[in-house]
Design a protein around this ligand. Sequence first.
Ligand code: FAD
Length: 410
Amino acid sequence: MIAPIVVVGGGHGGFHLALALREAGVQTPVILVDARDGLPVQRPPLSKAILANGDATTRGRAQASLPFRPADFYARHDIRLRHATVVEIDRPRHEVRLADGDRIAYSHLVLATGARNRRPDIPGVDLPGVVELRTPEDALHLTGALDDEVDVVVVGGGFIGLEVASAAAARGRRVTVLEALDRVMSRVVSAPISEHFQVLHAARGVEIRTGAFAAAIHGDHRVAEVELADGTRVPAGLVVLGIGILPEDRLARDAGLSVSNGIDVDSTLLTSDPSISAIGDCAQFPLAGVRRRLESVQNAADHARTVALRLAGSPEPYCAVPWFWSEQFSSKLQIAGVASGEEDAVVRLDGPRGFSVLHLAGGRLTVVESVDRPADHVVARRLLASGAMVDADRARSAGFRLTDLLADAE
Ligand code: FAD
């Protein structure tokens, strides 16, 4: 009997891999191993709908939206869920070892282990009232704590920190965001986007402090204040840590696979061992000539489809256009594409509501950031997929719309 395809991690990538294998007609048994109990869940609502104000029914609905599929889906598709932590990959024997000592043989192994939150190495970080956000359990704990605490300090002005800040402020909390760099979300968005969201947060009462390093967290039995590097103290009944993530690549590293910033894979998501693939947040892969690690549900799901096609006998190199989104207050940010590092022109398109920022490298469109312009985002993804060239002067001319480029590109 053929050994199963074993997937370590039943998150976004792992779930979509199992699904895509069945959609591609692969009949091999599939075992989805995840350290977390319960059904595989999506994470985006954890920093959005789950934290929003609402009565028991609204909150119940938000929680019910988390599982990708109900329990009977897995049985119907012959996908076995195993709740266990994988502690070792035994490459010579083609087996994984679980924390309880069991071993599972694999015909192919897929690492979809995601990431873990970074924790700042500062005094007081383990005090009660200092929380982080990764799992449904974290989100339920946080949303409960937001009912009780008035002063909320968010450490880190990235997507997740700002989504938490907007939910907390909408619930009437006094919110301070501490961002070490000179603008929020600077790792992932351009300056006009940072500025828009900083103004929006300020208008809704969130105090964003840039250039602010959290140096210590104080409190007797529970958090009471956050101390900044310059000695300033900010009152805090609740501190939310949101300073980014680290790829969960320990199994791969211990097994001697090539690992750098995440598990190294080729353009078909194969690791340095031909029996092992890696997908999603934990994988570093080549895209448009640059090795990258991306943290998004689109990336995890599209990686999954690429591996499923390869295992079904129709390999294709990975070439999806990356896209991301964030929701803060009533504003929606959508980003299509990734910067090449060679961008030499930026064009801003303003509309009656919202705006888009186009980034060009040698005339080629590489990234489009849209704030409350969903139609621009949809068009941008088509343009990026077709490798559209854009004349910056034309794009700057009055009345120009992104759709004008579609006819040129297709
Ligand atoms: P994950 O979905 O994180 O799954 C990894 C799984 O592996 C976990 O379930 C973990 O338990 C399991 N695992 C790890 N190690 C082991 C082991 N040794 N043994 C067994 N199991 C193991 N992305 C967006 O695109 N848009 C958003 O709006 C958005 N919002 C987010 C909000 C929050 C709060 C968070 C935390 C993330 C958000 N993301 C968002 C990011 C997105 O969820 C991730 O990029 C995506 O889930 C990555 O999928 P993955 O399969 O690589 O990892």
